[in-house]
Design a protein around this ligand. Structure first.
Ligand SMILES: C[S@@+](CC[C@H](N)C(=O)[O-])C[C@H]1O[C@@H](n2cnc3c(N)ncnc32)[C@H](O)[C@@H]1O
Length: 374
């Protein structure tokens, strides 16, 4: 997920269900003494709501330039004197004081996806006063077996058919191990075979869990064929809950379908043992077991891996720099020597026989990603 463009924030900014729940929770706990951190502020909506609710000071921490939209909005609403923007990752900025409330939206669609929870834990442990609060403060991931022949046909089975006479069944195996992000229309035609179960719950006020180890027993409520496991997020926001379940009011967090292939026939009254695992920043693995039938999939198998890929990824792998890596290493060396971007590009172009434009593009990309100005 990228957040550097203003339009990357469109679905979040205009998510009225979510905004109303956050606003209710913020107004319930903010007083004119409150100091608030809007962590990963984006365009700063939640921080602005806190400032409008009377907070003494609101710190917006956001690494991307999009946070300028919050500065302008604060100025236009007469809130600028109570809103301070700190541009950077929370791990790299210093807040001048501890806060009473941390507002965030750092849970991914599959709770752990995007790997932003460590930033929340860090902010909580470093900057939250004793007795301070979090919005949201509890996060859950739910799993349930679902039937959807159409989804399976579109996203999995059709890969098994030859295309123009060519056999792509190798790719079919990859598709069966890929997470599906179904549209609302696709889900409208699907059927839940069980209400499902909460497979993992994080108390965000105390947790430091970054690996997903989720498990649930789902009771089947009607005969059917399970084409996949539906996974959805629930968040406690103040006294209410936000849910990404397809039958709840739509929010920008999306449910995911974890396909089972071949589909798993289920009978009413059976208990399906579901598991979902992912080490921090790693691959998702899911399984469903009922009586003596089982299915297991992993996003590790969603892409072909050559032996060289595996060696490069291995903890004990020893890698050499390729041509682009060599240039990046040289560019960063010249940055450390305080050369201007133009001079670095000139030097790199001469050393590697490339155009100035191409070299400047590589310099800029590295400067934006890893650089800072004085
Ligand atoms: C899901 S968006 C939420 C944006 C906004 N709070 C909202 O709810 O509309 C997460 C934001 O966290 C920011 N972010 C990512 N890593 C961060 C970190 N380590 N510290 C602070 N912010 C971070 C991203 O740039 C992104 O804008």
């Amino acid at each position: 997920m990228s957040y550097w463009q203003v339009v990357d924030h469109r679905r979040m900014l205009f998510d009225q269900t979510r905004n109303a729940a956050y606003a209710r929770a913020i107004r319930q706990c903010v007083t004119d003494e409150s100091v608030v951190l809007d962590l990963g502020a984006g365009l700063g909506l939640h921080g602005l709501i806190a400032a409008e609710a009377g907070a003494r000071m609101v710190y917006l921490v956001e690494p991307e330039a999009v946070v300028s939209a919050a500065v302008e909005a604060a100025r236009a609403s007469g809130l600028a004197d109570r809103v301070t923007v700190l541009r950077g990752r929370i791990e790299d900025v210093i807040l001048p004081e501890k806060v009473d409330l941390i507002i965030s939206a750092l849970t991914g669609n599959l709770l752990f996806s995007e790997d932003l929870l460590p930033a929340l834990y860090y902010a909580r442990d470093r900057f939250l006063k004793d007795g301070g609060r979090l919005i949201p403060d509890v996060a859950q991931l739910w799993l349930a077996p679902w039937e959807s022949q159409a989804l399976h046909a579109e996203h999995v089975a059709q890969w098994q058919r030859p295309v123009m006479g060519f056999d792509f069944s190798f790719a079919a195996h990859c598709a069966a191990n890929s997470i599906i992000w179904p549209s609302a229309e696709e889900l409208a035609g699907a059927r839940s075979l069980s209400p499902g179960a909460c497979a993992v719950e994080l108390d965000l006020t105390a947790s430091s869990t970054v690996d997903c180890a989720a498990g649930a027993d789902a009771l089947v409520e009607g005969d059917g064929v399970c084409h996949g496991l539906l996974a959805w997020l629930r968040l406690r926001v103040g006294e209410g809950w936000l849910s990404a379940h397809p039958l709840d009011s739509r929010i920008h967090w999306s449910p995911a379908m974890l396909p089972l292939d071949p589909p798993l026939p289920l009978r009413e009254g059976q208990r399906v043992k579901i598991e979902l695992h992912r080490p921090f920043a790693g691959d998702w693995t899911w399984s469903a077991r009922v009586d003596d039938a089982a299915r297991r999939h992993s996003t590790f198998l969603s892409q072909p891996h050559t032996a060289s890929d595996l060696e490069r990824m291995a903890p004990d792998g020893v890698v050499q720099l390729g041509p682009q890596g060599t240039r990046a290493w040289e560019i960063m060396g010249l940055m450390r020597a305080n050369w201007s971007n133009r001079h670095i590009a000139h030097e790199i172009a001469a050393r590697h026989g490339m155009t100035q434009e191409r070299a400047l593009l590589e310099v800029r990309t590295l400067a934006m990603r890893y650089g800072k100005t004085f």
